[in-house]
Design a protein around this ligand. Sequence first.
Ligand SMILES: Cc1cc2nc3c(=O)[nH]c(=O)nc-3n(C[C@H](O)[C@H](O)[C@H](O)COP(=O)(O)O)c2cc1C
Length: 488
Amino acid sequence: MSGAAPRQRLLQALNINGMVLPNRVVVPAMVTRLSGEDGLVNEDIIARYVRYAAGQVGLIVVEATAVHGAKSGPLLRLSDDAFIPGHRELTRRVHDTSPSKVVPQIIHFMKVARSGWRQTIETLEGEDIDGIVHDFGLAALRAREAGYDGVELHAAHAYTLASFLSRRNRRKDRYGGHTLEGRLALFGDVLAEVRSRVGNDFPVGVRFLAEEAIKGGYALPEAQQIALRMAQLGADYISLSVGGKFEDAEQRPGQPLCPYTGYSGDRCMPGDWYPALPHAHLAAAIKAYLNERGHGTPVISAGKITAPGEAEALLHDGQADLIGMARQLLADPDWTLKVMQGREDEIIRCVYCNVCKDLDERFREVTCFLWPKNHLQAPEGQAGDTAPHWPDTGAALAGTGHDGRVKLTWSPAKSPDGAVAGYDIYRADEHGEVRCVEAVKGCRYVDRLALSGQQYRYFVRAFDHDGRPSPASETIAITMAMTEHGAK
Ligand SMILES: Cc1cc2nc3c(=O)[nH]c(=O)nc-3n(C[C@H](O)[C@H](O)[C@H](O)COP(=O)(O)O)c2cc1C
């Protein structure tokens, strides 16, 4: 037992229009690239979502799933009745595993080509728009028939519904960008159609952007109004994201444009150089705006949430109703279970290296850098007390610091079953608290973020594939020589 404080808010149930979540932890949609281009649910996909259920996650949002048949890379689909049986098997297996609830995120996207060309919403005719509305309605109905507990409309990032909501919408008609009402019109039509298909007793959530994070894109004040309209229209929950747009994407030769390659992509999946919780204030401001106007629509906050204490505080302080963790739960699907069992010090912390993001961009199967090599799923927890330990001679942590780099080396840790998975590197500066700055697989690490003239302290802990940590190594202090640039 880690002696962690009880996480009362995190472990509290929530009823969303009849869908009772056993706790407040959510896996937001995360493309796995485990399906083929056929769009069918397969065993690998089922294993990925059952793994989250085994870890006792409250709500699992299945990755973006197409409502239409347009060509794309590997992507799940609900664009035809033929896809229902696979999804039915997925929901059955998740429900047989734990009280976790499961909804698919349904998406419409525009065409992109390897030449760099992309279709934009300004070219859509009235009948195309009618088709989009119709396709969303039928896909939601199929989700209900497949045994899902609800459905989430994808109105975030670079996809069709988000492009209509965008401040960069240049249409001139009823769906036009000249007014916020115009930008909201398609979402309104889609939600009405979905409701008419699935009824009022089936939870329908929405994911949209709290900030577009592109030049000329909308920011918090408009996001608050968009959220208000969604709540007024009866969205059952609101899940927030940031960025992920085509407008600032990098053009890579021979590749279709990928919306996560520019600055807005960095904001969407903030890497290790961003602080923890970079988006929590946006979700908090949107939740406050809704609550002040009499809407209790649950709000999901996401973005570099890792520590149970921080997640609990967001709920306790009324900054969020639900905690979304994409990369953290990929790294350790047992996060919730470990919190429930008071084993928080065994959580394998995501280090936000974004290997998963790179794999997604290259249409490769999305896995986690911290898993054992060649594993397609997070390893299963093992029974027994086999935490790694240092050899009798100790960790022998040693380091040197010059030229803006601290180089650390240490001895390999041992584990009774030989399963040391990696090492967490902890660093403290002269004034700050100790922070885990990186996880590595080998016995060396180079810290390139050291300032001359400063003293840093380091220690290392080994962990196995279940996240069981070794004792900390000895702590060493490294003083960086003062250079010309560091002179006061
Ligand atoms: C590999 C990968 C795939 C993703 N796929 C989706 C997706 O299908 N739909 C979506 O709304 N967000 C998607 N996201 C964004 C995440 O849901 C989440 O908003 C983002 O990673 C920030 O949260 P985190 O810091 O907890 O990872 C994806 C992120 C990653 C890393």
